[in-house]
Design a binder for this molecule. Sequence first.
Ligand code: ACM
Ligand code: ZN
Length: 515
Amino acid sequence: MAEITLFPQPHKLERKTGAFRINRHTRIFAADSAIGEMLADYLRPATGFELPVHPLDDDIPADAQNAILLASGVVDAAEGYRLEVEPGRAVVTASQRAGFLHGIQTIRQLLPQEILLAAAVEGVDWTLPGVVISDRPAFGWRGLHLDVCRHMFPVAFIKKFIDSMAFYKFNIFHWHLTEDQGWRIEIKKYPRLTEVGAYRAETALPQDPSQYDGVPHGGFYTRDEARDVVAYAAERGITVVPEIELPGHSVAALASYPELGCLGEGYQVRRNWGIEDDIYCAGKDEVFAFLKDVLSEVLEVFPSKYIHIGGDEAPKVRWEACPACQARISAEGLADEHELQSWFIRQIEAWLNDRGRNLVGWDEILEGGLAPRATVMSWRGSDGGIAAANAGHDVIMTPNNYCYLDYYQSEDRESEPPAINATLPLKQVWQYEVVPKQIAADKRQHILGGQGNIWTEYIPRSEQVEYMMFPRAIAIADVLWHHPDERDYAALVARLRRHLPALDIMGVNYRPLDD
Ligand code: ACM
Ligand code: ZN
């Protein structure tokens, strides 16, 4: 029997003799016709088959031969599914939409890779091998993050990114939408955020950050475009979690509305990288009115239960010198500027909670005291996540030393595109342990999962996003879905060697494996 290669690897897979060959007379029976149509859509371009989709009621037609059945049934997890392929038919059983979607992706990966072609191809046997797969994810949060602020990417690429996420059974797209270097989401009440804040005059050169390219850069997503992305992702089982950064990484907003900063003037959308001293003033009430207005519009576009508010890398020098911030510290009885940041985050958390949403922030939100119901995204290694989980908070583990896909993929930097000054080879990603041992056994359920992060200071083009993403994101998908105890790197590489031609077929760029 030919080797089966699936990414992520299923929880349980059993080979059966026999196989099922799809042909132009194959019928799809679906409990949910939209899901059936989606499968037909996936199979159409390469095969040229117009497979009809029939409703499937409670009973699977006993006589259904030459059929793919998508049947409601009991499986052992919310996103779980079962796939049985035998001569004459394939049956996906799931209890929720997500499970069916995962089953469909597995069917795509089980077929000859030519199924991924965008145009019809002759002479391929569209055969599914005999299997019984019983599958479910190890973690409920399986994310990828993309920074569209350091460089802007068009909606068409965002959709392609989401397509690849769905292929690997990711379910969270963390969309980093605001930054020092650009504000990327239209806010009706504050048009200057995108008139002014979405553009920078030029960009520091990767080789020499004291030099600039002289080329204006920017752009933004309209509300309709963002809604379109949200709907496109939802159809594929992916939730878009927007990130609106506060109190730091906010210079593009300050350049648009200078009164929101402690100094009140002199801001420009940043042209270079690193951490900026200028952040939102914590003393002025109009800052909170502004942020709540902005978030109100964000909530209208993004139905996600989780809203990411950043919280990282907020220097306190302006707050230390600002009379309004110091007055806030006195009035609220706070000990210092760290407690002021914590107070700031708590205002936003209470407001989000009142609207039925949960706040997520980078692990700096632990400093000065964690907001009561916040979910922590641990990025400076795992320590923040360990502390937060042990304190009873939910955590998403995205430690930079395993999950930062903007880092170099090889120590041979001369042969790589310019990247940030750190290295994270595939081999290291593959060692990613989502739940560190220091988390008490009764606190493990607080680890919701993890994600890979793609910061784009040095990534101006979409092909380069894909180059940095793959194959490392595939290893992350495997860890988050399957969470193998054994991490045999040679076996991973062998599987990837068989699998990566699928990306070539889909026109997705990636870093080739080392010889
Ligand atoms: C981060 O990488 N500053 C969250
Ligand atoms: Zn201030």
